[in-house]
Design a binder for this molecule. Structure first.
Ligand code: NAD
Length: 485
């Protein structure tokens, strides 16, 4: 299917109940990363629209917070149904602006609907507690959970449907209103998600969407008195920045930040199975996944075999536009990512690493980079320390499990971590000793609607999804009622 036959919506901002096709911050082009062509022009919010969005979220909150848990449940469930009905349309737009294969986009939108189902149900379970009074004359002591208020939400471009859905779903299910700022590279998918919530019955002022200059939008929104919390999915650097802006005003902050996931392949692992799953996990979304496996610590008894088979399979992957049914890996999402990949590979090469496959851009249109496997990169190499966020895997042999665990834990990141073993004792030990928010033993599927997802160390604060996800959108209040007179 040619991208030219697929309708790409005219990007717009949603401010105070209106879709704005023009705004005071100018405009910027949204690109198709598979071709390098302009898809559409995105209007950018200036200070006036940013303030209007925050104020609308304040008014929208007063309407939405008064809806019962059952009513919020029904609206968020309805949004899930609408996403299911619109899956193909949303997935196509997602692939056009982000680049991943359509099959991945279809799965992503399907997962969004499942996440909303779960969050809708959890809206009914924001229970409080009744605590027995300790003195006479007190009739009741209640612990309540109430919605925190209007939330400023920031999402990156790598999962343009999933990440906005998680934030909108949990905030709205908990009774909060939202101003969301998706990545300027992928605005149209977020528009379609916002539209599904509006069509499902969320009050128009309770969900706002702005794009603009990211630093300006985040500083203005977080400083605005109406906004009570910021929630970011993004890099560690931007997480620290937004965390500081929140700290200055003692506003609540949740950060789902970067990772540098290790994979430990134990001597007793089923190597064929581990290789097949690792290949799919590594090159999914061209490696632009926060919990993507990066550092492979492979037991020395398997290392040479693993290096040969993993790089041969990586090299054989079919690259192409995401809308082409044969494509296994799409382009990187924007041109800047290509420069980043070159920087990681050049540095590794300069430090004496072996590039087993890839390590270069693909000639032609679009932002394609060859799947890359690097061996013998020293600990001082950039790729061993910073998140490449692209199709690069690093292989290292190890001898003792202690050493592999220590290396896995050595970085300031702690998001996803994985291991392959058939030994129950080793599986439990790894689950216990690895410092990460999510540990997957013998599989990579750590992101599930029912399970909390979040990072340790610099990889984040708080969780999304699971029962815990909603709690971060609530404040606790105690109410005690005494005998009158
Ligand atoms: P980024 O941090 O550059 O941007 C994330 C969002 O923050 C964007 O909407 C961006 O515009 C916005 N932003 C707000 N204030 C900003 C400011 N002052 N300066 C720059 N941006 C500002 O991240 P990215 O490059 O778009 O996305 C990749 C990062 O996101 C990776 O580090 C990845 O690991 C992380 N990520 C984390 C998770 C998770 O759940 N932990 C999931 C996906 C991606």
């Amino acid at each position: 299917m040619s991208s030219m036959n697929v309708p790409y919506p005219q990007p717009a901002l949603h401010v105070a109940g209106q879709w704005l096709h023009q705004a005071s911050g100018g405009e910027r082009a949204v690109m198709n990363p598979a071709t390098g062509e302009v898809l559409a022009m995105l209007p950018l919010a200036g200070p006036a629209e940013i303030a209007a969005a925050a104020e609308a979220a304040g008014r929208g909150f007063q309407v939405w917070r008064r809806q019962s848990a059952q009513q919020r449940y029904a609206v968020v469930r309805k949004a899930a149904e609408l996403l299911r009905e619109r899956t193909r349309q949303i997935a196509t737009v997602l692939t056009l602006e982000q680049g991943k294969p359509l099959s991945e986009s279809l799965r992503e939108v399907g997962l969004c609907a499942d996440i909303l189902d779960f969050q809708a149900e959890e809206a009914k379970r924001l229970y409080g507690r009744l605590v027995p009074p300790r003195v006479e004359g007190i009739l009741s002591q209640s612990v309540l959970r109430q919605p925190i208020g209007p939330v400023a939400a920031f999402t990156p471009w790598n999962f343009p449907a999933n990440l906005p859905s998680r934030k909108l779903g949990s905030a709205l299910a908990a009774g909060c209103s939202v101003v969301i700022k998706p990545a300027e590279e992928t605005p149209a998918t977020c528009m379609l998600i916002v539209q599904a919530f509006l069509d499902a019955g969320v009050p128009p002022e309770a969900v706002n969407m702005v794009c603009g200059d990211p630093a300006q939008v985040s500083s203005q929104l977080i400083a605005h008195p109406a906004i009570r919390k910021a929630s970011l999915t993004g890099s560690v650097a931007v997480g620290k920045l937004l965390g500081q802006l929140c700290a200055e005003r003692v506003k609540r902050f949740t950060g789902e930040l970067g990772g540098h996931a290790p994979v430990i392949v134990c001597p007793d692992a089923d190597v064929g199975f581990a290789l097949k799953s690792s290949l799919a996990a590594k090159f999914r979304n061209a490696g632009q996944v926060c919990a993507s496996p990066i550092r492979f610590y492979v037991h020395r008894s398997h290392h040479a075999d693993w290096a040969a088979r993993f790089s041969a399979a990586a090299q054989a992957l079919r690259l192409g536009p995401g809308l082409d049914g044969n494509t296994q890996m799409g382009p990187l999402s924007h041109a800047r990512r290509l420069d980043d990949m070159d920087r990681f590979v050049d540095d590794a090469r300069d430090q004496g690493s072996r590039i087993l496959c890839g390590g270069h851009r693909i000639e032609g249109p679009g932002y394609f980079y060859a799947p890359t496997v690097i061996a013998d990169a020293p600990d001082t190499a950039l790729v061993q320390q910073q998140e490449p966020f692209g199709p690069i895997a690093v292989l290292q042999p190890y001898d003792e499990l202690d050493e592999a665990i220590a290396r896995a834990n050595a970085l300031p990141y702690g998001l996803g971590a994985y291991a392959f073993t058939r030994d129950l004792h080793t599986a439990h030990r790894l689950g216990e000793e690895i410092e990460a928010g999510m540990v997957g033993i013998n599989h990579f599927g750590v992101s599930q609607p029912e399970m909390p997802f979040g990072g340790w160390k610099e990889s984040g604060i708080g969780q999304e999804m699971g029962a815990e996800g909603l709690l971060h959108y609530t404040e606790i209040k105690t109410v005690t009622v005494g005998v009158p007179g």
